[in-house]
Design a protein around this ligand. Structure first.
Ligand SMILES: Cc1cc2nc3c(=O)[nH]c(=O)nc-3n(C[C@H](O)[C@H](O)[C@H](O)COP(=O)(O)OP(=O)(O)OC[C@H]3O[C@@H](n4cnc5c(N)ncnc54)[C@H](O)[C@@H]3O)c2cc1C
Length: 337
């Protein structure tokens, strides 16, 4: 395999995914994490932004800490296509040579990053949950859950560049916004023709499902198989509404068809870090814990005192959720009065 001169590669790039002119939330997390890594290495944190009429988003990226924004603004980039986006990014990486490229592990990011990595003959670690700089050699150590979450694998990319990771949404701390920050917008020369893009986007349809924003919620009331019946989610919703929170679930409840998959917390669902996570009738399987164990406060309600959820819970109530939750709701109401 062709060897690259790795000393030519500098700076961190964050792929600034946008949809319909809005920055995807994971980008703010990547800028938060990217800033820490860039500071440890003493290098720049930059972003690459693609789209049509998206120049206005560059300032937003700068206010979240990007020093330079490489902008590819073109009609052909209006909608995400694998061909169009990978060509433009591969060309830009070839010219400017970033050392590290971070991409959010969204549906788009998971599609895009492997294409880029294979065209550049470089390494990619998917769905990372932790990134660090090796103090000795300055390389990035990329950690991700493997084998169903039972093993955490730390992976390095020693000889090829850029070092690429997709990063799981909801895991990293968000960058803080500071509108006084200034930065540079660098317009990329784009060499892209319509015939380069084999996909034609006919229409973009928003899901008709009820929208749940678990990653943004401060309070999540989650329930699992312990509900016994799908109707149990009505009680969970009542408690969530009282607390101004949203409803989450275990995979077992999703698999049983009790609730839509968009509510699922865990390794194959969403990773969440709310201020308060209330787990009702959830046993606490490792794959569920993988998605919520970093919540600030965890409350568990379970009738089995030996359920593993109690190992991570800050507060635990051993009891039948159908007795406990109505009492909590009553207590909230009496305080509210
Ligand atoms: C590759 C892989 C990926 C996975 N990804 C995920 C994932 O993303 N998210 C996820 O959640 N799971 C995931 N799982 C499944 C996971 O292993 C568990 O099967 C699942 O989390 C169990 O869900 P549960 O806790 O709701 O159900 P159970 O394990 O059946 O637990 C039900 C709990 O409810 C309690 N209970 C019963 N009745 C009551 C009552 N009346 N009051 C109070 N408590 C009661 C019981 O004591 C028990 O602890 C994955 C599994 C694999 C193999």
């Amino acid at each position: 395999m062709e060897r690259v001169d790795i000393t030519q590669y500098k700076d961190i790039w964050v792929f600034a995914e946008q949809r319909q002119g809005k920055i995807t939330p994971v980008v703010i997390e990547l800028l938060g994490e990217g800033r820490k890594l860039a500071d440890v290495k003493g290098i720049k944190l930059n972003a690459i932004l693609l789209g049509k009429d998206v120049e206005n988003l560059a300032q937003e990226l700068i206010s979240y800490g990007a020093e330079k924004v490489y902008l590819a603004d073109d009609e052909l980039l209006e909608n995400y296509t694998t061909d169009g986006y990978s060509k433009v990014i591969v060309d830009a990486i070839g010219q400017i040579k970033p050392e590290i490229v971070l991409v959010g592990a969204t549906n788009i990011g998971r599609d895009l990053a492997p294409r880029i990595a294979s065209r550049l003959n470089t390494g990619l670690t998917a769905d990372c949950t932790k990134l660090e700089i090796d103090e000795e050699d300055g390389k990035i150590k990329q950690t991700r859950p493997a084998f169903g979450g039972n093993i955490m694998a730390t992976i390095i990319c020693p000889d090829n560049r850029p070092q690429m990771s997709t990063v799981r949404p909801g895991v990293m701390d968000k960058a803080l916004k500071d509108e006084t920050r200034t930065g540079e917008v660098v317009k990329l020369n784009i060499d892209l023709k319509e015939s380069d893009i084999r996909t034609k986007v006919l229409e973009i349809v928003k899901s008709a499902h009820e929208k749940v924003s678990l990653t943004d919620a401060n309070i999540i009331v989650s329930a699992g198989k312990g509900l016994g019946t799908p109707d149990g989610f009505e009680l969970i919703k009542q408690l969530a509404d009282k607390l101004g929170g949203v409803v989450g679930s275990s995979r077992a409840a999703v698999d049983a068809g009790w609730i839509d998959r968009s509510h699922q917390v865990g390794q194959t669902g969403v990773t969440v870090k709310p201020n308060v996570y209330i787990a009702c009738g959830i046993s606490g399987a490792i794959q569920h814990l993988a998605g919520m164990k970093d919540s600030d406060i965890i409350v568990a309600i379970n009738k089995d005192a030996d359920a593993p959820i109690f190992n991570v819970a800050d507060y635990g109530i051993v009891g039948d959720l159908y007795k406990v939750i109505p009492e909590i709701i009553e207590a909230i109401d009496s305080v509210a009065k």
